[in-house]
Design a binder for this molecule. Sequence first.
Ligand SMILES: Nc1ncnc2c1ncn2[C@@H]1O[C@H](COP(=O)(O)OP(=O)(O)OP(=O)(O)O)[C@@H](O)[C@H]1O
Length: 446
Amino acid sequence: MSRYASNSNIFDQEEVLREDHHPDELPERSEELDQLHMALSPAARGVGANNVFLYGKAGQGKTAAAKKELSELQYHAEQESDHLDLTALYISCESDDISTSFRAASRIYMELTGNDRPTGYSTDAVVDMMYDAMNEIGGTIIIVLDEIDSLGTDDRILYSLPRARSQGYVNDNVYPSVIGISNDLQWRDNLSPKVKSSLYDDSVLFSPYNAEQLRQILRRRGAKGFRSAELVKIDENTSVDESNEKVVTIDNSGDEYVFRSGVLPTDAIPLVSAIAAQDKGDARQAIKYLRKAGEIADRAGDTTVEDTHVRAAESQVEKETVREAMLEMTTQAQLTLAAITVVELAGDTPARTKPIYGVYKSIAEEVGSDKLVQRRMRDHLKELDMQGIIDARKKTGGSVGGPAYHFELQVERDIVKDVLKNVTRFASIDFDSIGSDDQPGLERYT
Ligand SMILES: Nc1ncnc2c1ncn2[C@@H]1O[C@H](COP(=O)(O)OP(=O)(O)OP(=O)(O)O)[C@@H](O)[C@H]1O
């Protein structure tokens, strides 16, 4: 007999707890959806949608909001409008490895025509082919470019698309527009002013979810994902056992519910939400913690998800996230992370760039790697901050100089240490001895 089981003590519609599940409702984003709705509304009036930029940190519902609003517009086009001829494309620049205008134009061309990737053409030629395809299709064409920052500094396509009508690249009956999505705010700031002003008629900020918003999200998803869980709407016939049931909300309607579940005790969702809210207010992370806690309980043969499962899930997910991020990092980013980890283990954080750079140089030397100048290494520190692995804070300095960045690890140091110890390049670094009483290992690197 195998160790697999076809049913679970814990889960019901487990797919609802997965990343690719598309929620029907995003009540926590009603304001952002309204703004997006306003930006797309001109399309329904037959004059093409505005170009719009959705930005905010990871897991804030930007992609979910874009997809929801577009499907509503699609519904309007198909069921209600006699003149809106809509083609909507969703392109994930990161997963499709779209790092150049050539690749972006090719992908749009492929999606519009169903043809294979064009090969052997110049960027200009592929851009022309893309516009020809738009002319062929006609009507309103809305292109979602998710993780648009993957395009880096190659902003040619971003300059061209919003100008397609005014420059006569497309016929009068074609209305192309772009919904750009990004969690890299620096990328947007670094765009050339001419691209910035033309690409975004409107922009919508998605700020991090707070703990109550995360609780609502988890209640809605948890009620479907976990066994025997349900949200019971309170009316005059509902009897609430106040000793172990809590009255909760799940949206902005003001309606009250009780969350009943034999599997999730009343404090599991609040605990997950508190952990995720303290971290980044990331809904993806919160959902992942809850699902993982369920998986850990299930594997142990337990019938309820307890605090210990949630804590174990937190640590496991954090490890996986750091590990994944580290695997994708360049050598220089890994070196920078190793340097700040050494400083952290020695108890010297928050630290300014200079001491971290000193350690960085010694490690680079020890592992036989190229050394960047301090400014370039500092860029890596800032990048690590954006990934949520370290924390960069601007503080006013002492007698000399103005405010300066101070850096420290944001994820648990033992997790980073564990991951770094398994990177072959760092095999010679004894992370365990650094900062210990008998071996103040930092001295070796300063
Ligand atoms: N208000 C919400 N209600 C229910 N689920 C939500 C909500 N917001 C986000 N989610 C879920 O959280 C996960 C992440 O959301 P989404 O991919 O839309 O975030 P994002 O802001 O686009 O993140 P990234 O920038 O990392 O791509 C998805 O599974 C999504 O369904």
